[in-house]
Ligand binder design. Structure first.
Ligand SMILES: [Mn+2]
Length: 333
């Protein structure tokens, strides 16, 4: 036999090719294409969806795009072109001929757009999360892709449609967000090749990077100071954690979305393998975020509390008090 190395791999690639052609054909035939990404969208969700929106609009296609309630974009995504073109969830078509979801691992992550997905005649799922439920009629789920934006680029190429400057900015944002600014393991030569293609357009690399990653309100920096000052290091377990209470958010006039990236600063602690941030919601419950360097699988901790994620990053929500939560997490480690 000549091809003994991995006989299944060719089939997998061929299947992916078939699926991408079916998706391209479905979109080409649709009178209206409805795009949606997951609730509380991040840079990849918004960037991959808006990238597709720009490409289809430029091709003269009827297209709408939205994301679930709360229909509000975090401030650091404000420079993404096309936010003003989004449709409120209440105006989203209930039975779209073709609906495409972006970066969204399950139907429930579509929030109040879930009925539209169920009513869609063809549902194309574009994602790169290995845990994706494959809830579409056509699933373009590529766990090895660095971002959903990478899968969008492949689909756009399969459709034979050109990129525009605005599409390139959005896809670049998707790429830079999900690769951690080209630092994560997923940063392959394909990623750099895509970045090269995108930056042939007028992508504002510096200002976009500042808006996405660097810039914060002074009030946030002061809250950060308090959160870092309160942080606790449990040396025996290589575990570092802090709590953001409602009181802290109110005193500093900072909203919960704004503290999303705080864990990435806390996890720089050299002594820590696992990092945890508890964020208190308006109703008093906690949103728990966990990060690991890889020796500990934090998804298992999150799943034990009804949450999920992956080995390096996971989370869950809980009505328990902060001390109990920390004790339980420490015990689980
Ligand atoms: Mn993503």
């Amino acid at each position: 036999m000549e091809h003994v190395e991995d006989p299944s791999r060719g089939d997998v690639v061929a299947d992916a090719g078939v699926r991408i052609e079916s998706a391209a054909a479905a979109i080409a035939d649709a009178p209206l294409v409805a795009l949606a990404c997951h609730v509380n969208p991040d840079g990849d969700a918004l960037g991959s969806m808006l990238g597709m929106l720009h490409v289809l609009r430029a091709a003269g296609r009827r297209v709408v795009a939205s994301f679930p309630t709360p229909f509000q974009v975090a401030p650091h995504y404000r420079d993404l072109p096309g936010l003003d073109l989004l449709t409120a969830p209440a105006e989203f078509p209930t039975e779209p001929a073709v609906m495409v979801t972006f970066d969204c691992g399950s139907l429930s992550r579509l929030g109040d757009l879930e009925p539209a997905a169920k009513g869609a005649h063809e549902l194309i799922v574009i994602d790169h999360h290995v845990s994706n439920d494959r809830y579409g009629s056509i699933n373009l789920v590529e766990p090895l892709a660095a971002a959903s934006g990478v899968v969008v680029q492949r689909l756009v190429d399969a459709m034979g449609l050109p990129l525009s400057r605005d599409a390139a900015v959005c896809l670049y944002a998707a790429l830079v967000c999900d690769t951690g600014r080209f630092q994560h393991e997923t940063t392959t030569t394909e990623v750099f090749e895509l970045a090269r293609r995108l930056t042939e357009f007028d992508v504002p690399v510096t200002s976009l990077s500042r808006a996405l990653f660097e810039e914060h309100r002074f009030a946030y920096l002061q809250l950060l100071g308090e959160a870092l000052g309160n942080a606790q290091l449990v040396r025996e377990q290589r575990f570092v954690w802090t709590v953001i209470t409602r009181d802290m958010l109110e005193r500093h006039d900072v909203c919960l979305d704004e503290v999303e990236g705080l864990i990435d600063i806390l996890r720089r602690a050299q002594e820590a393998e696992v990092t945890c941030v508890l964020k208190q919601e308006d109703d008093g419950s906690y949103r728990v975020s966990l990060r690991s360097l890889g020796d500990v699988d934090v998804r298992r901790v999150a799943e034990a509390h009804g949450g999920g994620g992956h080995r390096f990053a996971a989370g869950f929500s809980s009505d328990l008090d902060a001390d109990t939560l920390i004790a339980r997490i420490a015990a689980a480690l």
